[in-house]
Design a protein. Structure first.
Ligand SMILES: Cc1cc2nc3c(=O)[nH]c(=O)nc-3n(C[C@H](O)[C@H](O)[C@H](O)COP(=O)(O)O)c2cc1C
Length: 264
């Protein structure tokens, strides 16, 4: 195993941080590596906001489903899918005049552009996470940044053609918090990687897929009232939890804002 694969295999999310700040040159290396991430059409359809203001971190710790460790993270990066920069550049470059001259209707960023920009932003984020890990800096994604759009839009001054797709918390791991902590498991490859076409799974395959997890974690008990298996538990705890309902509302609001001009 080479060192890159080894880092990936050993990586885990880090939510408890040492008080040691991340040195400027380490941050610089991580950001340099991040900006080398592949990007659609080499357009760099993303922006990164370093969240340094204590009050903003404190707010995120609440608005992102009350995760207090966000406020304690020494370094917090917000990754935005961003078509605003290119759209502004199109306007600055006289694309409206160009379209009028050539009898074209100027197109606005739409759904596909949003998805492409999300791909760019997430790939950049994961590049940052891997680069950080290789330097001994732990990280944890916060998907809940997609919730409470209106609050985040106001805090970060987000224009229409941006989308806060993920937040990454960074810090040197608190060694005490790592003691006895096992790596999380993953589903067996055969349930995830298919040959040539998609394979829907049946009851027997699901039973096999969850065998390890059932034995290790669930054991017929649930912290969700009335749930008798992992499917019921996960449905209630993750898929239809309050945070998921809010995330879907918030993402709908962002998308409606993004595609408003397109639908007009
Ligand atoms: C898109 C995404 C969103 C996530 N959001 C959160 C989050 O809000 N809070 C958190 O503590 N972990 C979050 N995580 C981390 C996952 O819980 C973690 O990756 C998963 O449990 C596997 O554990 P591992 O990363 O230690 O292998 C997120 C991960 C991803 C990829």
């Amino acid at each position: 195993m080479n060192s890159t694969i080894e880092n990936i295999m050993q990586r885990r999310s880090i939510r408890a941080y040492d008080s040691r700040p991340i040195e400027a040159d380490v941050k610089d290396q991580i950001l340099k590596a991040t900006l080398r991430a592949p990007t659609a059409g080499n357009l760099m359809l993303y922006s990164i906001i370093e969240v340094t203001a204590t009050e903003k971190k404190n707010t995120l710790a609440k608005t992102c489903d009350n995760q207090a460790f966000i406020a304690r993270a020494p370094w917090v990066l917000l990754f935005l899918a961003d078509y605003q920069r290119w759209y502004d550049y199109f306007l600055t470059s006289g694309v409206e005049r160009f379209c009028a001259r050539n009898a074209l209707t100027m197109r606005l960023p739409a759904e596909g552009d949003l998805m492409l920009a999300c791909c760019d932003a997430i790939i950049a984020a994961q590049t940052a996470a891997i680069a950080a890990d290789s330097l001994g800096v732990g990280s944890c994604y916060i998907g809940d940044i997609m919730e409470n759009y209106e609050a985040h839009q106001a805090i970060f001054d987000l224009p229409r053609y941006t989308f806060p797709i993920c937040l990454l918390c960074f810090g040197y791991p608190d060694p005490k918090a790592q003691v006895g902590r096992k790596q999380t498991s993953r589903f067996d490859r055969k349930f995830i990687v298919f040959q040539d076409s998609y394979k829907r799974l049946g009851a027997d395959e699901f039973a096999e897929m969850f065998l390890g997890e059932t034995e290790r974690g669930f054991k017929g008990r649930s912290n969700i009232e009335g749930a008798v298996n992992i499917g019921q538990q996960t449905y209630q705890r993750k898929f239809s939890a309050d945070f998921a309902i809010e995330m879907n509302r918030s993402v709908r609001a962002i998308m409606q804002n993004w595609i408003k001009g397109w639908a007009d």
